[in-house]
Ligand binder design. Structure first.
Ligand code: ASP
Ligand code: MG
Length: 427
């Protein structure tokens, strides 16, 4: 009996860590190397499965049932083929488990859509993580890593704001304490899904794309984990996207605060909601490379980090919307609050905005359908002008040289600056 019970770890493996049989075996080897530790593991949908499932939803909702079934067939085949090469003894159990999830989706695809798009999205897309975690769990049990698979929809309770569901923390906490914690008496490893949850009506929900990081943080918080580790295919968090910037560099230590800021400005490092549950319990977050687990990766904690290199985020395909009052009256509270309601109902958020006396500038992602809707709605109150094909550059810890280098040859259409961050919208 121990007076100092072992604190567990929470791991999250992204889709790239399970997109081939070799990768799943590699993931298994990493888990094996933590023998004797208690770990809650969250695994994303394999590879590009979530994108593939989104296409199924689109086809289904557009009334193209045959296409939807055909597209879903491809998702089935890729999982069944992984199963075939990965699992040798318990393949029948594995196949039955996968087929149950296939059937759930296919039943739905045979109906006609009568509810909203977002509802169907969640019912269909959630199967990606159910399939991947089932495969990995059965494989690991077969490879000698005893583990328990859990359907997270019995644990994580949300509201019914489909595609962006909000966690019911109280209920979820009770469930984790009652149903997850005791599993660690018999098992060192518990495997479950991120990104998904369920309503109290048992409808599946999702928490927003890339939401698995956040799910892992929810578990880390409730389980009082010693640490959370996100296993990715990069060596560490970088100060810029290496595909865009050849001189991008690794950052080995970051503060919670810096990561929240980076995510807010659109750096594709970690899901923005991930940090709060960890910060609130001072749980360090590690980002490590599953391709080379010897590397230290990045640690994110409450410790302030100084002398960071300029952190650069580029957002392409930006739209500048200029909203001007129709009769030279000031843009006041009422039209502003109407505008905020439009943003909320269309589910779009400006990446940058600037108010003037009789006009307002907003920089938005170019999601064509939403932009059209917004422009139409806003034109009831404002004159609306739109410019497309702009790029939004954000530099944290900027230097004059960096700004000059990255804006050279561009026309700046909007600029905002604080002591730490500069944002420039460029043509
Ligand atoms: N599979 C989901 C996605 O690709 C969730 C995640 O991986 O975090 O968005
Ligand atoms: Mg992912």
């Amino acid at each position: 009996y121990s007076i100092n019970p072992q604190r567990m770890k929470v791991f999250k493996f992204g889709g790239a860590s399970s997109n081939t049989v070799e990768r799943i075996i590699n993931t298994g080897n990493i888990i094996k190397s933590f023998k004797g530790e208690k770990i809650l593991i969250i695994i994303s949908a394999m590879g590009k499965t979530t994108n593939a499932l989104e296409k199924v939803v689109d086809a289904f909702f557009a009334g193209r049932k045959e296409d939807a079934l055909q597209l879903f067939e491809q998702v089935k085949e890729s999982h069944l083929s992984t199963l075939k090469y990965l699992i040798t003894l318990n393949w029948q159990q594995a196949e039955n488990q996968l087929k149950d999830f296939f059937t759930e989706v296919e039943w739905l695809l045979h109906d006609k859509p009568v509810r909203g798009y977002d509802y169907y999205y969640d019912q269909i897309v959630c199967c990606g993580e159910l399939l991947s975690t089932s495969l990995v769990s059965i494989y690991l049990n077969e490879a000698g890593v005893k583990n328990k698979w859990v359907d997270v929809r019995d644990i994580v309770r949300t509201d019914d704001n489909f595609r962006d569901a909000y966690i019911n923390w109280n209920y979820t906490q009770q469930k984790v304490k009652a149903d997850i914690e005791p599993l660690f008496t018999d098992f060192d490893i518990v495997i479950t899904q991120g990104f998904i949850g369920a309503t109290d009506e048992n409808e599946s929900t999702t928490l927003g794309r890339e939401g698995s990081d956040f799910s892992a943080a929810i578990f880390a918080n409730i389980l009082d984990a010693e640490s959370q580790t996100i296993w990715k295919d990069v060596e560490a968090v970088m100060n810029a996207d290496p595909k865009e910037f050849a001189d991008a560099e690794n950052i080995y230590a970051l503060s919670y605060r810096e990561v929240v800021e980076m995510a807010y400005y659109g750096a594709q490092v970690i899901h923005p909601k991930t940090i709060k549950p960890l910060e609130n319990k001072n749980i360090p977050l590690h980002v490590r490379c599953f391709l080379n687990p010897q590397l230290p990766g990045t640690v994110i904690s409450s410790k302030p980090v100084h002398n960071l290199p300029p952190v650069i985020v580029l957002k392409k395909d930006q739209v500048l919307m200029e909203l001007s009052s129709k009769d030279f009256s000031f843009v006041e509270e009422k039209p502003m609050s109407q505008l905020h309601e439009m943003f909320a109902s269309i589910k779009i958020r400006p990446n940058l905005s600037q108010n003037g006396a009789i006009s307002l500038l907003c920089c938005l992602d170019d999601k064509a359908e939403k932009i059209e809707k917004l422009a139409l709605a806003a034109s009831e109150i404002f004159d609306v002008q739109i410019e497309k094909n702009l790029t939004l550059l954000t530099i944290r810890h900027y230097t004059p040289e960096k700004i000059q280098e990255l804006t050279k040859g561009k026309t700046i259409v909007l600029e905002q600056k604080t002591t730490e961050t500069i944002q420039v919208l460029m043509r």
